[in-house]
Design a protein around this ligand. Sequence first.
Ligand SMILES: C[S@@+](CC[C@H](N)C(=O)[O-])C[C@H]1O[C@@H](n2cnc3c(N)ncnc32)[C@H](O)[C@@H]1O
Length: 267
Amino acid sequence: MNELEKFINQVIHGDALEILKQIPDKSIDLGITSPPYNKKEKHGGWLVDKVRYNGYKDVMSEEEYQSWQVEVLNQLYRVTKEGGSFFYNHKVRYEDGKMIHPLQWLLKTKWNIWQEIIWNRRIAGNIRGWRFWQVEERIYWLVKGKPKELKSKHAKLTSVWDIRPEHGHKEHPAVFPIELPTRIISSILDENDGIVIDPFCGTGTTLVAAKLLGKKYIGVDISKEYVDYAKKRIEMAKEEERRILKELSLYSIELTFKERKARGFWK
Ligand SMILES: C[S@@+](CC[C@H](N)C(=O)[O-])C[C@H]1O[C@@H](n2cnc3c(N)ncnc32)[C@H](O)[C@@H]1O
């Protein structure tokens, strides 16, 4: 068994950084994650209160948090193949009246930022009047070298993604809607084989999408409860297939630009 084999199609209970250090160089095709956001549970607040993890306290000094994220992202860079991509979901936060932007630490990593995607979560209602209601999160498409060009069949995908938040898994406070990793995996890997990693996998949404799309996966989470939940979810992945197929059908196009041109559409 080679060094990588033992990680394939596994959900590993452990610390992201420690596990990543054990993965060989240049072995991963694609990564997707949403790390804990350092929401500072100690400050309380209704919304912060709702996003409490099991077995992990989301509270660090901002400096410590950003250095940790840089270290994790640089390990991810090391394990990614040349031409590979990593999709990093985060958001603009505010502390003591000041904006904290993900670019503050992303620019300190080895990754090249290929694109910033706005995830419009379309959540309604302004419960506090300090700022206009923040409905969006960001997804950074990070690349190592030059990625392959997206195929024309993905032409309907833009840099603004309208995807509603997930409400289906009460066991975890911050689950991805499965449409999000589905969109990423299907457009980046297409029909190719590949290994997809999520180092903060929570309930395993990225891994379920990878499995249903016929890819290999590696997941890591520090909470034993979430790891067990993710494993069960992967076993029952078939139940989530309907949503994946719907997402794929939404942006599939019947004829590519090239095909239309060949058929004389613009003469
Ligand atoms: C935003 S959640 C990810 C949710 C996931 N995208 C999903 O769909 O379920 C972040 C996850 O990071 C995990 N976590 C926190 N610290 C960690 C660490 N040091 N190593 C690995 N996982 C960690 C938390 O337990 C939590 O499940």
